[in-house]
Design a protein around this ligand. Structure first.
Ligand SMILES: [Zn+2]
Length: 287
């Protein structure tokens, strides 16, 4: 699944501006922006270009000879001779299966008590140190040591992930170092705001909240999800507030609060179901 790059940074002497696809066209690109676009992620110097398409949505892509910073969410490995066809398909290949597994695993964690999580963590630690299988030890990503301050709790189990570790974060475990990074986030859905091409879910845990945003890129990738989010509220009304689990990236909102962007319909679940399945179940009363 390619990660869609929806925003770039325009830099010209002292001028820095964040640009989205919607604010770009072929004319302005050629006359003003060409050669002056960079990755919008912090500390990444990768050069970007705009690819205009008349028959399908235009998009941003990474300049041929430019690489993203190691911790940039858009970093991808260049494979010699991998360009297929027009060479237009690129960016990070994160396997959908890996994301699905991570979502399921995070949901399982979300249903566990703190004690059970701790127990599992120590079990994993032990099995790691006693493991005799060289293949296992070679592929195990060490559990990151987490120093927490205050009441924030840690659910911090790394997922083997091509290029980067996809850490799972319960809303109350989000921290500054997550900003700009891909994560699996989970929390209880408190409210849903659905507008045209923009949906906001407020999710929380233990009194900590984050805003999940599904925007332009999400609906460009997954148009069938538009107009279906009332089902999340319908589920809430009928049963209880559902658990949200999603893969996306963490951002800092205008008010210093955490925001979380998801870019594909298959990249999140509500009550352990993708939204299409949740809608169908509610419609046919099989939940
Ligand atoms: Zn980058």
């Amino acid at each position: 699944m390619p990660v869609t790059i929806i925003a770039v940074q325009y830099r010209n002497e002292n001028e820095i501006e964040e640009l989205r696809l919607s604010s770009m066209n072929l004319e302005s690109y050629n006359s003003k922006y060409k050669g002056k676009l960079y990755c919008s992620m912090p500390n990444c110097e990768a050069k970007m270009e705009y690819v205009h398409c008349s028959t399908r949505p235009s998009y941003f892509r990474t300049w041929k000879h430019s690489d993203h910073a190691n911790d940039c969410i858009y970093k991808f490995d260049r494979v010699e001779g991998a360009a297929r066809g027009s060479g237009d398909t690129l960016s990070v290949e994160v396997s959908q299966k890996q994301i699905l597994n991570a979502l399921r695993e995070a949901y399982r964690l979300s249903q566990m008590s703190e004690e059970e999580i701790e127990e599992e963590k120590s079990r994993r630690r032990n099995s790691r140190t006693t493991s005799k299988d060289p293949n296992l030890t070679a592929t195990t990503v060490p559990t990151k040591a987490v120093i927490s301050s205050g009441p924030r709790s840690d659910v911090d189990v790394p997922e083997k992930h091509r290029g980067a570790s996809l850490y799972k974060r319960r809303v109350d475990a989000l921290r500054e170092t997550d900003i700009g990074k891909p994560r699996i986030l989970f929390g209880i859905v408190d409210s849903v705001k659905e507008g045209p091409k923009q949906v906001e879910l407020m999710v929380s845990f233990n009194g900590y909240a984050a805003k999940v945003k599904l925007g332009e890129a999400f609906f460009a990738n997954s148009p069938t999800y538009a107009g279906l989010f009332y089902n999340v509220e319908a589920y809430s009304d009928k049963y209880s507030k559902p658990m949200f689990v999603g893969a996306g990236d963490v951002r800092l909102g205008k008010n210093g609060d955490y925001e979380f962007s998801v870019y594909h319909g298959e990249d999140f679940t509500v009550a352990n179901l993708n939204l299409l399945a949740l809608a169908a179940h509610l419609k046919y009363g099989s939940l």
